[in-house]
Design a protein around this ligand. Sequence first.
Ligand code: PRT
Ligand code: ZN
Length: 297
Amino acid sequence: MTSSAPQAVRERLRIAVQKSGRLGDPARALLAACGLAWSESRDRLYCFGETLPIDLLLVRDDDIPALIAEGVCDLGIVGRNVLLEQSGATTLREWRPLGFGACRLAVAIPERWEWEGPRSLSGRRIATSYPALLSAWLADNAVEAQVITLSGSVEIAPRLGTADAICDLVSTGATLESNQLRAVETILESEAVLAGPTAPFGDARAAIADLLVRRLDGVLRARQSKLVMFQAERGALPALLDLLPDADAPTVARMDGSDRLALQALCRGAMTWQRLEALKCAGADMLMVLPIERTLA
Ligand code: PRT
Ligand code: ZN
């Protein structure tokens, strides 16, 4: 890999996306929500952007950091775990967390082990597909252990006797449980991210990337937000606003000919039944929670 490859001047942006696997479909759905549509090449590896000059290259997730570093692609959608494992001190950075593909990279040990903190791993063999992240964590914790790199089926290594513990991705924890392992330390909280170069683009791609990131921010904000609307007596307002600490600049209007107010606010936190009931108790009436289709800041 050469990170110093000369950057070709390009007028279209090329994004690397996982072809199949966990991140492929949600990544394409997210880009489609940003207004992108494509026609696919016959081998279905290249998608030509029809609505914007943004094309997709469909690849294995492990290849994405190198494709960006080599300038083959301009941006990529990849797990933070893969980006950090491969990017070390190179020219890539995380541009945006994307809110899907959440998991954590965790150290897990056999259920029967006593755990007394990272030093319990001293002199042990730890199987992982993330040797760089694990080695850095071991060094940070001043633990000397043997890192065994495996490309898959990491969780069965302790049962096979090829390792004492593992360091792997966990989401529900079901895989660990079915292999009689338990997670004891989280090394990294991960999710899908938009990855790109640290240096700005020096040509037409800069404006296209700006437009894409602005739309992405709008879609992500809309996905996280709900519009909350209700009516209340003026006197109840301070208590109601205290219950909406995540509200973006609430709009308060006086209703004609009365001391009642109509309020609407864009809230980023979850609008649970408990929260609505608390608002009701504090004097909110005619409560409504609406999904947001789109935002543009
Ligand atoms: O073919 P390609 O190389 O492109 O795909 P891949 O098989 O290498 O990757 P894929 O599709 O499995 O994962 C892509 C990305 O999804 C990862 O890099 C993570 O960023 C993210 N992700 C989120 C996960 C998980 N959740 C996850 N649970 N990746 C893998 N797992 C595996 C984990 O390795 C373990 O085997 O699922 C198992 C644990 O799941 P639970 O639910 O039992 O805890
Ligand atoms: Zn992979």
